[in-house]
Every structure is written in C-alpha cells, then in structure tokens.
Design a protein around this ligand. Structure first.
Ligand code: ITT
Length: 205
C-alpha cells in the first residue's frame, strides 16, 4: 500500500519519513507532492486531533484506492500560559510567522517567568484516514522545561529551548534518532506503527 504524508512542513516530513524507514514497513511512503500538493486546509479546530483529522481527510480525498493519509498536528503547551500557544503554535507570532519569530516570542514572553515555573510539553496528534475510510488518532507527548536561551542547531521550531525532563540536552542538541526515541512525534508514531502491524494494513506478513 501507499502512505501519503498530509503535511507541508518539511521538518515533519523528514522526521516522519525517517521513522517510517527505520520501522521497515511494507509501504511506499510519499509526500502530498505526489498527488499535486497538500490542499489548503483551514486549521480552525480547537484541538490538535480536530486539525489533524481535517488535514488527513483533505489529502485522503485525493488519494488512490490503496492510499493512506497520515497527518500530524502538533505544538507546544506552556504551563505558565495555561497550555497556550497549543493549537496556535505555528501562528504564535502572527498568521505567517516563521519558526524563528515564534521562538523569539516564546523566549520574550517567558522572560519574567521564574525557574521552577517554566514547564511545558510538546504534543503530537497523528490522524490516519486508511483505505475504505477508517479513521484513527494516535497521541504522543513529551514534558520538559523551557530554557531562557537557545541551545543547539538540530530539529526545528521550538526545539532550541526545549529541555526534556531528566535530560541534559535540548531536543535541538540531539540527533534525529535521539529526539525520535523520546519525542511527542516518536511516541505517537510508535503507536501508529503498532496499529499498522496489528491490522496488517501495510500488506506485509
Ligand atoms: P502542517 O500543518 O502542514 O503539518 P505546520 O507547520 O503548520 O505544518 P502545525 O500546524 O502542526 O504544523 O504547527 C506545529 C507548530 O509546532 C509549529 O510552530 C512547529 O514549529 C511546532 N512544532 C511541532 N513539532 C515540533 C517539534 O518536534 N519541535 C519543535 N517545534 C515543533
């Protein structure tokens, strides 16, 4: 079968494709470019799951019969801000904000928040629309502390200030394998992969 990544975020594509390749499933992995690009989706739901499902359904409508759509809606939830920016993480500094502008704003807004109150989490909700329309959601989280200054060059988005609980390096100081082993996206992907293997949906043994 063929799996299509319902995202236009190149960093997510890189992480998801690497995890899929490492899992050795019997599936062909494609980006939305293979079917003309990711359709425009208004992310107007107030949950990650709601937005992830919207993206998966929009791409699924364009796929061949054996095509499975996999969408990722994710973001950072800051305890001191009662969970914000959450579903607005990509638009935190404005509608067309860059990762850099969003990160800059988070560092600024958390400026006066004391150590000990700088907790936060990343969430990743993966939505699947499988051939014949079956829908599934897989949710992953990772908890940590938000640093005052950037550390590291890998990863993307808010990674340079995200120090996972019990770790000494930010997710931007980790290799992609190290990040995947503990991240919100890695945790959601492991559930998705287990489901793929259990349902034998990938057409393998
Ligand atoms: P698609 O909707 O096309 O998938 P997007 O970038 O708009 O791409 P989201 O709406 O899910 O994706 O927004 C995710 C936001 O959360 C965005 O600002 C990311 O930079 C941030 N984010 C998600 N996962 C992250 C990770 O693993 N590390 C750092 N930041 C992350």
């Amino acid at each position: 079968m063929r799996l299509y990544l319902a995202t236009s975020n190149l960093h997510k594509i890189e992480e998801l494709a690497a995890m899929l390749a490492a899992a050795g499933l019997d599936v062909e992995v494609h980006t939305a470019e293979a079917v003309g690009g990711m359709p425009e989706v208004v992310e107007d739901q107030n949950t990650f799951s709601g937005n992830a499902l919207k993206k998966a359904r929009a791409l699924a409508a364009l796929l061949p019969e054996d095509g499975l759509a996999l969408a990722d809606d994710s973001g950072i939830c800051i305890e001191a801000f009662n969970g914000a920016p959450g579903v607005y993480s990509a638009r935190y500094a404005g509608e067309n904000a860059t990762d850099e502008e969003n990160l800059e704003k988070l560092i600024r807004e958390l400026g006066n928040v004391p150590n000990g109150k700088r907790g936060g989490s990343f969430e990743c909700h993966l939505a699947v629309v499988a051939p014949h329309g079956e829908e599934r959601l897989f949710i992953g989280e990772i908890f940590g502390t938000i640093l005052r200054e950037r550390r590291g060059e890998s990863g993307f988005g808010y990674d340079p200030v995200f120090l996972p609980l019990g770790k000494e390096r930010t997710t931007a100081e980790m290799t992609s394998e190290e990040k995947a082993a503990i991240s919100h996206r890695g945790n959601a992907m492991r559930q998705f992969l287990e489901w793929m293997r259990d349902t034998k949906i990938q057409g393998g043994a």
